[in-house]
Structures are given as C-alpha cells and as structure tokens.
Write a protein that binds this ligand. Structure first.
Ligand code: HEM
Length: 215
C-alpha cells in the first residue's frame, strides 16, 4: 500500500487513467465494491504495485529435502534456498522498462504476466494470507482512487517535493518514508466520504462478490 501511494504521487497519468475508468463505470454516487472488479481492467492492473515494489524481496528460506541439479549446479540435500523475488519481478526477459510503474504492461498489447504469482510465494508454501492481502489491497486502491487525489508533498515555499523510489532493508522491504498530499477530488467526493463514514463501508453485496473473487 505504501508503494501504491508513492507510485500514484510519482505517476499522475496512471492515477488519472484509473480515475477516468472509475468515473465512467461507477460515477460519483457510490464507492467501488468487489462487485465492480470485472468492469475495471485498468484498476486491476494497478496490481503493478506488487511487481514494482515486492514487499518480500527474497521470500522466506526453504530447504531441499533431497539433492538436486539445476543447470549444472549441484544443490546438496538440506541446502537453504532463497527465491530472488525482487529479481524475478525485474527479469528483462519478462518485463520491459522494469523500473517504471506501468499497469499497461499487463494489458493488450504487452500482456506481460502478472507478478503476483511470484510475490506471494510458491507451491505448497504459498502465502496463506494472500486472499486477505489481495482483497484488502484491491479495495484500498479502488476506493482511494475513487475519491482522493494523491499528489506530491510540498515544501514550506509550496514547491513540490520529488519523492524517490528507495528501498528499506530487511526481509520485508518497504519504500523509504516519503510525503504525499491526499485530498478529496471535489466537494461531491468529500460528501461521499462523509456519507460512507456514517455507515458500514462494506455492504452485504460486497461479501457475496468477495466469495467469488479469483486471487
Ligand atoms: C501483499 C501482502 C503479502 C505478501 C506479498 C506476502 C508474501 C508472502 C511470501 C513471499 C511468503 C513466503 C512463501 C514461501 O515460502 O514460498 C509468505 C508466507 C506467509 N505469509 Fe504472506 N504475504 C502477504 C500477506 C500476508 C497476510 C495478510 C498474512 C496473514 C494474514 C500472511 C501470512 C503468511 C504466513 C503465515 C506465511 C508462512 C507460510 C508457510 O511458511 O507455510 N501473509 N507470504
């Protein structure tokens, strides 16, 4: 989510495109829900946040339960292996212009593979929290973009501060702290936010659509 807010402040054109799609499909009378998923292809592609900045840069260590040989390299039984998730998401054979935040890479005509099947782990040790993670992330992206403008922070003179995409260290990697300005897109959007705050934001219909969500 931190990578998403950083990317939205750094790539205003991406933000504008997602907002145009949300305005066209949903309008300003309600917030997007899980039921809108299939009608928002550009918003879905903002899952690019997970490729651009995978939170688990080297996954978790795994151990081999038997000796193996891969491309001439002998892997002894019991060796610790760390998947280079950060590198997989930047493999130039799979992704063009790797450092750029570009949701279009997952859409026609590029159709590069979604990175989420690498960023959440592999096979029988795949992340068990992925459905919770993916659905919360999706809803945060959708509802934030529907009602807020996310812009670069400004200094005391009102000049925009250009944030950089810098990595923190550790097993869990987050973008280094940065400032953003988050403001309602208009008076109408401010009213929508106020209305939502007065009631439970996830309606019953949402829970039904979440059941069928593919993650
Ligand atoms: C975007 C958010 C998340 C990402 C990118 C992520 C990623 C990962 C990755 C890469 C692994 C290692 C898988 C492997 O060993 O191959 C993992 C394991 C795990 N994750 Fe997540 N995770 C996320 C959210 C969550 C959440 C929300 C929960 C719990 C509610 C969770 C619980 C776990 C647990 C318990 C493991 C260890 C599984 C095992 O070793 O069998 N994760 N996750």
């Amino acid at each position: 989510m931190r990578a998403f807010f950083l990317a939205m402040s750094m790539y205003p054109d991406v933000q504008r495109k997602a907002q145009e799609e949300l305005d066209r499909v949903i309008g300003t009378s309600r917030l997007p829900t899980f039921c809108d998923c299939d009608s928002l292809p550009y918003l879905n592609a903002i899952e690019e946040a997970q490729r651009w900045h995978p939170i688990s840069v080297m996954g978790l260590p795994h151990a081999t339960d038997e000796e193996d040989n891969i491309n001439g390299y002998r892997i002894p039984k019991g060796a610790s292996l760390l998947p280079a998730i950060w590198w997989f998401t930047r493999d130039p054979a799979t992704y063009h212009d790797q450092e750029t935040f570009k949701p279009e890479r997952f859409m026609d005509p590029c159709s590069e593979p979604l990175a989420t099947n690498m960023t959440i782990g592999f096979e029988r040790r795949v992340c068990p929290g992925r459905v919770l993670a993916e659905s919360s992330i999706y809803m945060t992206f959708a509802q934030s973009l529907a009602v807020f403008d996310i812009r670069k922070a400004v200094d005391a003179q009102g000049k925009e501060i250009v944030a950089e995409h810098k990595y923190g260290c550790g097993i869990i990697s987050r973008p280094e702290p940065f400032g953003v300005r988050v403001t309602p897109r208009s008076e109408r959007h401010a009213q929508l936010i106020q209305g939502v705050l007065k009631r439970h934001p996830w309606e019953e219909s949402d829970a039904r659509c979440l059941d069928g969500m593919k993650v």
